[in-house]
Each structure stands twice: as structure tokens, then as C-alpha cells.
Design a protein around this ligand. Structure first.
Ligand code: NAD
Length: 254
């Protein structure tokens, strides 16, 4: 039995029915139910190790090795993970043209695995490794194995520059084209779901604020309170999968 009011779920299902421009924005919290830890919760990645800053990666061999060590660890989580009910509900809304797109901070590729077609990855993807110079890229597993075998940060076989996962590290600029698309999508939304994000990382956290300012109804689904809870039309401090499933069922029942 869920402890959120059925009337709140029905309200959201009603808004989804009325909406002609619904957008979802997701963070690490939508994937914890797939076994991938988030950063900021107790037991999250940051309680175990500090992320390597982009500048340090560029300047220091020890930092590059530490980066690859951390990535080998998280690679296991990603390789094992399957989409959960939260990812599947969003993919289903995408297939039924109820959703204009998913903007995600996640790097795990689980929205695409669930079948979502319109996904904007603000922080790139950990499924691939890319050269920082010539942009050649490969599936990540082979390079993770290479690092495990050699203990050395790998170099691009094409041009000899550093290889790094195709993700945005702290201190690295977000891809401008993806960010612009995300801004346009958020600006045009009439209903905006912010799911599993602490909403404290900029500029990504400004997207729900922008949508709300432009008149969208903002629905926040996050286990812990966020700085935008006051601005939202509806807030659920519950698991993403159970809330999205309940809204989907209410939508289908009507
Ligand atoms: P965060 O760690 O700052 O916050 C996650 C939020 O999700 C927390 O506030 C927590 O209360 C909530 N949460 C956890 N489990 C939940 C659940 N089952 N249902 C609902 N809410 C839940 O994450 P963030 O704001 O997304 O940002 C940090 C950065 O971490 C992002 O840039 C992202 O690139 C990176 N990251 C990605 C992954 C991934 O790809 N799965 C995992 C860890 C970190």
C-alpha cells in the first residue's frame, strides 16, 4: 500500500491528459531502483570517493589512473543494470506520444535501454569512451578491460591523446547543442516532471525552474526535499518507480 494520496496521483494523471507538451527531467534517483547508486544520498558514490576534476585529469597521471579506477568500479554497476518501472513508464509515454522528451543528467543509458527515443543526455554517456582530441569513440567495455590489465590510463590508438569516458566531468563544459535543445524543450513544456534529482547541480537544475517560470505545471518526484519544492504544483517524496507507475495506472484507468 502506498502512502501518497490517491487524489494527488489522479491530479497528475489529469494534468498528463490535458498536456500537449509534457517533458521529463531525470537524475540519478530514477536509476537507484536499478542498483546504480546516486551521488549525494548516504551510501552514494560520494560517501566512498571524490570525483576527479577535469583539470586534474588533464594535468596529472595519478588523477587519470584514479579516474579510470573509479570508472572501472561504476562500470560494473552499469553493466549489470536493467531499466526499472520508472524508466519503462517514461518509455511507454514516449511511445504513446504523451511525452516530448526526457532530459537526463544520467550517464547510464537506461532510458534508451527501456525504449525512450527522445533522450537528451546533458552529462554524456558512460557506455562509450572517447578521445579528447580526435573524438574517435568506442564501446566502453574494451577500454575498461584494457585498464584492468595494464593499470595505465589508456591512450587513443588513432592519435595518442588521452581517452576518457564520453561523460562530462566536474570542471568540463556541457555540450552546448544538447543544453540548447534542453532549454528549448523546457521552455515549451506545459507539464514538467523532475524525477530523482536533488536539483542542486547547475545549469541542469535551472531547467525545471525555467519551465515553471514559463507557466508549466512542475511535478517533483524525489525521495528527499529539493530547493524547488516550494515552486512545484505537486511534490512526492517517494520512490520514482512507484509514483510513476501509479500515475500511469491512473491515466490508463480513466
Ligand atoms: P543526486 O545524487 O544529487 O541526487 C539524487 C536524488 O535522488 C537524491 O535527492 C535522492 O533523494 C533521490 N533519490 C534516490 N533514489 C530515489 C528513488 N528511488 N526515487 C526517487 N528519488 C530518489 O543526483 P543528481 O541530482 O542526478 O546529480 C548528480 C550527478 O550525478 C549527475 O550529474 C549525474 O550525471 C551523476 N550521476 C549519474 C548516475 C547515473 O547515471 N545513474 C549515478 C550517479 C551520479
Amino acid at each position: 500500500m502506498h502512502d501518497f494520496p490517491v487524489s494527488d496521483i489522479e491530479q497528475c494523471a489529469g494534468w498528463l491528459r490535458e498536456s500537449s507538451a509534457c517533458v521529463a527531467f531525470t537524475g540519478a534517483g530514477i536509476s537507484t531502483e536499478s542498483g546504480i547508486p546516486d551521488f549525494r544520498s548516504p551510501g552514494g558514490v560520494w560517501s566512498r570517493s571524490q570525483p576527479v576534476l577535469f583539470q586534474d585529469f588533464l594535468q596529472d597521471e595519478d588523477a587519470r589512473v584514479e579516474y579510470w579506477r573509479q570508472k572501472c568500479e561504476s562500470h560494473e554497476d552499469f553493466a549489470r543494470a536493467e531499466p526499472n518501472p520508472g524508466h519503462r513508464v517514461l518509455a511507454n509515454w514516449d511511445a504513446r506520444h504523451l511525452l516530448r522528451g526526457v532530459i537526463t543528467q544520467n550517464i547510464d543509458g537506461l532510458h534508451q535501454m527501456a525504449g525512450s527515443q527522445h533522450v537528451l543526455e546533458l552529462h554524456g554517456t558512460a557506455r562509450r569512451v572517447a578521445c579528447l582530441e580526435c573524438q574517435a569513440d568506442w564501446e566502453a567495455s574494451a577500454w575498461v578491460e584494457e585498464f584492468r590489465a595494464s593499470g595505465n590510463a589508456p591512450l587513443c590508438p588513432e592519435c595518442g591523446a588521452w581517452l576518457k569516458h564520453a561523460t562530462i566531468s566536474f570542471g568540463q563544459a556541457l555540450p552546448e547543442n544538447v543544453l540548447n535543445e534542453a532549454l528549448i524543450l523546457s521552455q515549451s513544456a506545459d507539464l514538467f516532471f523532475a524525477i530523482g534529482s536533488s536539483l542542486v547541480v547547475e545549469p541542469a537544475a535551472s531547467l525545471p525552474r525555467l519551465a515553471a517560470r514559463q507557466g508549466a505545471r512542475l511535478v517533483i518526484i524525489n525521495r528527499d526535499p529539493t530547493p524547488l519544492d516550494e515552486t512545484a504544483s505537486m511534490v512526492f517524496h517517494h520512490g520514482a518507480g512507484e509514483v510513476l507507475t501509479a500515475i500511469d495506472m491512473a491515466f490508463n484507468d480513466a
